[in-house]
Design a protein around this ligand. Structure first.
Ligand code: FIX
Ligand code: ZN
Length: 422
């Protein structure tokens, strides 16, 4: 009877899995990156890396500069301020700080407290086009899904004008205001369709569906998405339930598109921190269970922000094949929790999950976010194969390759292309 495997086989498995995870290109299914055609909306470079909202939140742990004074500074000076407090005066051990260093190191740059001017100089020599290629190659990315909002005055005009798409950047339709800001959003919706009125009647629902239809087509959206507060309830008597039931979910069904629910964000807990000021809370996932149950022909992607909700999310996915769990979102995107959540998911859901997305807002971040996550995914997967081989089951290189491809985007694509559920 097999009760364990040799150290040699264990090391061989670890090497094979690690290599496969690093060599398999990933489909990054949720980012805030833009097609290069959007010019300055696609952020990259050291000053954008340093002023990432994760680091803005961290700098005020040490700096007593008034918030308003920080926001008045030009971006380069904000970056200097963050570098000084988070990298020079303290060791940069947080995950967001470490990420900047991993990224710089991957470009062959020296990292050290006095290196900032040389780093800036290196970035100044990069051309945008070559830099996009460099990031895709270094992070080993296949494609990224953008977060595209028809309500964003900066991106909307280019979508309406049209441009040649970079096939590596696929569209995702963000619909938060439609669900979360009714009826204030109505005037904006009327720019597209004046049949839409504040009153939630059939004409309005039809108008919302035409709006969704138009933008799904313009973006070639892979899915629709919304971030929801911990207080999200479904069903209830409010506008969210009605708009979901009468417009959003019928639209998703008609076009075989998943609806991605990112649940647990409390917006503007500290508004003075701007984008860095959002917090989180535990959610009542009964809402998700009810949605999956009430709409068996719809498909849902879901990630949740609270650690306390992760186990429950996996159990709901075990009950509902029309639910696909993805990513370690935002505050959970730290090694400790990626490790825990990846184990939890593989143990409860096997390979039918997408363990990670980057949520990158700055292109270069895809490098560290994927390098750090791949390392953890590989170590968890190795352990699972070691356990498997302990039973006498053997795992071939082809099977490792197949499984890794599933985890790095293949399973997501299969889920999206599935047209029916049991
Ligand atoms: O709602 C979202 O898509 C969040 O990911 C963002 O709003 C958040 O600011 C973020 O960047 C988290 O990583
Ligand atoms: Zn996001």
């Amino acid at each position: 009877m097999h009760t364990g495997i040799s150290d040699r086989r264990r090391a061989q498995l670890a090497e094979q899995v690690d290599r496969t995870v690093h060599e398999t290109p990933v489909f990054d299914i949720h980012t805030h990156l833009y097609d290069p055609a959007f010019g300055p909306l696609l952020l990259y470079g050291i000053d954008d890396l340093l002023t990432y909202h994760y680091l803005v939140a961290e700098v005020f742990r040490y700096s007593s500069l008034p918030y308003a004074d920080f926001w008045r500074l030009p971006k380069k000076e904000q970056a200097d301020h963050i570098w000084e407090h988070l990298f020079v005066r303290h060791s940069p051990i947080s995950e967001a700080c470490r990420g900047v260093l991993t990224t710089l190191q991957s470009f062959g740059l020296e990292v050290g407290p006095r290196e900032l001017p040389r780093i800036r100089q290196w970035y100044a020599e990069q051309t945008p086009e070559a830099f996009v290629n460099l990031c895709f190659e270094t992070a080993n990315l296949r494609q990224v899904c953008m977060t595209n909002s028809p309500f964003d005055p900066l991106e909307r005009p280019l979508w309406e004008k049209g441009f040649t798409r970079d096939e590596r950047f696929v569209g995702g339709l963000r619909i938060d205001p439609v669900l979360l800001d009714w009826p204030n959003v109505v005037p904006q919706l009327q720019d597209d369709d004046d049949a839409i009125q504040s009153e939630l009647n059939q004409e309005t629902f039809d108008g919302i569906r035409r709006f969704l239809e138009k933008w799904t087509q313009i973006l070639k959206a892979h899915y629709l998405m919304v971030s929801l507060p911990p207080s999200f309830q479904y069903p209830d008597k409010g506008p969210i339930t009605q708009i979901l039931d009468r417009a959003v979910l019928p639209h998703c069904r008609e076009h075989h598109l998943p609806l991605a629910l990112m649940i647990g964000v409390k917006r503007a807990v500290n508004p003075a921190l701007q984008l860095a000021g959002d917090g989180m809370g535990r959610s009542d996932l009964q809402a998700l269970e009810s949605l999956c149950q009430a709409h068996p022909s719809n498909s849902f992607l879901c990630t949740v922000l609270a650690r306390e909700n992760q186990h429950e999310l996996c159990v709901i996915a075990r009950k509902f094949p029309n639910l696909h769990v993805f990513g370690c979102w935002w505050f959970t995107n730290i090694p400790e929790l990626i490790n825990e959540m990846t184990r939890l998911r593989l143990e409860l859901l096997g390979l039918s999950v997408t363990p990670q997305h980057s949520d990158a807002r700055v292109l270069d971040q895809v490098i560290y976010k994927w390098r750090h996550s791949r390392q953890i995914i590989a170590s968890v997967l190795t352990e699972k194969y070691v356990d498997l081989e302990g039973t006498g089951w053997t795992v071939s290189q082809e099977e490792i390759q197949r499984d890794v491809q599933s985890l790095l985007g293949g399973e997501f694509e299969r889920f999206c292309n599935q047209t029916g559920f049991p």
